[in-house]
Design a protein around this ligand. Structure first.
Ligand SMILES: Nc1ncnc2c1ncn2[C@@H]1O[C@H](COP(=O)(O)OP(=O)(O)O)[C@@H](O)[C@H]1O
Ligand SMILES: [Mg+2]
Length: 252
């Protein structure tokens, strides 16, 4: 695969099979710098498996992937350093407060204490947890935990964020808060984000482009406008992601 500097992630025919089951089927897509790409699809569509392959955490059965110019299979350690991964269920030490949690992550990543201190202040402010800095994580709401999770992945200065179902289990206001944060990371910090979700309107709100995955196959990808035209033909009306998704889902 030939990629240029603006390409952060690229895959070609990336495939993962578990026994007879094809979890990800010949997936080809490109993620460029400063872009938010939303993987959309029902449970079991292959979203998490794709993220794991891109991080070198599970081996593709066939196909290729490049993350910031690196092959995730052969350069797994380097690739993990570049990607800020927030899994579906972020683990925390409930007895630590927000600052201690971030200090711990900084130490794990070999960041000197003096430098960590500044970053921790900066990121707590950025994710809106400044007033909760010394509160135990045990007392955090799910929305607060997700925002702390984002601060944790930002500490190691990643080139790209992988967010797996970031808004899962959040009430509407907490979800909007998190979406706003993700969009700000892109707009103010030129962050590149790959996220997975099955919440259509939330993905529509924050993504520049989306890929619709059904049973391991990405049946469509593009901007909302592009998908609208592809599925509903030319015209002035732009359809909602929900209308488009359902049409793909029903018609294949
Ligand atoms: N470690 C595994 N072993 C066997 N099957 C798996 C494994 N991980 C995922 N799968 C299967 O692969 C498919 C895709 O799963 P996954 O990537 O987790 O989907 P999503 O994240 O979109 O919900 C599912 O059918 C799931 O059961
Ligand atoms: Mg998943």
């Amino acid at each position: 695969m030939v990629t240029d500097d603006s390409v952060v992630v690229q895959t070609k025919d990336l495939t993962k099979q578990y026994g007879n089951q094809v979890a990800v089927n010949h997936l080809s897509f490109t993620l460029r710098e400063g872009e938010i790409f939303g993987f959309l699809g029902p449970n079991g569509a292959g979203k998490t498996t794709t993220l794991l392959m891109l991080m070198g955490l599970t081996r593709p059965s066939s196909g290729e992937a490049v993350v910031c110019g690196l092959d995730p299979v052969r350069r797994a350690k380097d690739v993990k350093r570049i990607i800020g991964y927030m899994p579906e269920n972020v683990g925390f030490y409930p007895e630590l407060d927000a600052v201690q949690s971030l200090e711990y992550i900084a130490a794990l990543n070999g960041i000197p204490e003096s430098e960590a201190r500044n970053k921790i202040d900066e990121f707590l402010e950025l994710v809106g947890l400044k007033d909760e800095a010394y509160k135990k994580v045990a007392n955090f709401s799910r929305g607060m935990k997700q925002r702390l999770g984002i601060a944790e992945v930002l500490i190691k200065d990643p080139k790209v964020l992988f967010l797996d179902e970031p808004t899962l289990g959040l009430d509407p206001e907490a979800a909007l808060n998190l979406i706003d944060l993700i969009v700000r990371l892109k707009e103010e910090h030129n962050m590149t984000v790959l996220l997975s979700s099955h919440h259509l309107h939330q993905v529509q709100r924050m993504s520049d482009r989306v890929g619709i995955m059904i049973n391991g196959t990405m049946v469509a990808q593009g901007t909302l406008d592009q998908l609208s035209k592809e599925k509903f033909g030319l015209g002035d009306k732009t359809y909602s992601l929900e209308e488009i998704y359902l049409k793909y889902f029903r018609e294949g």
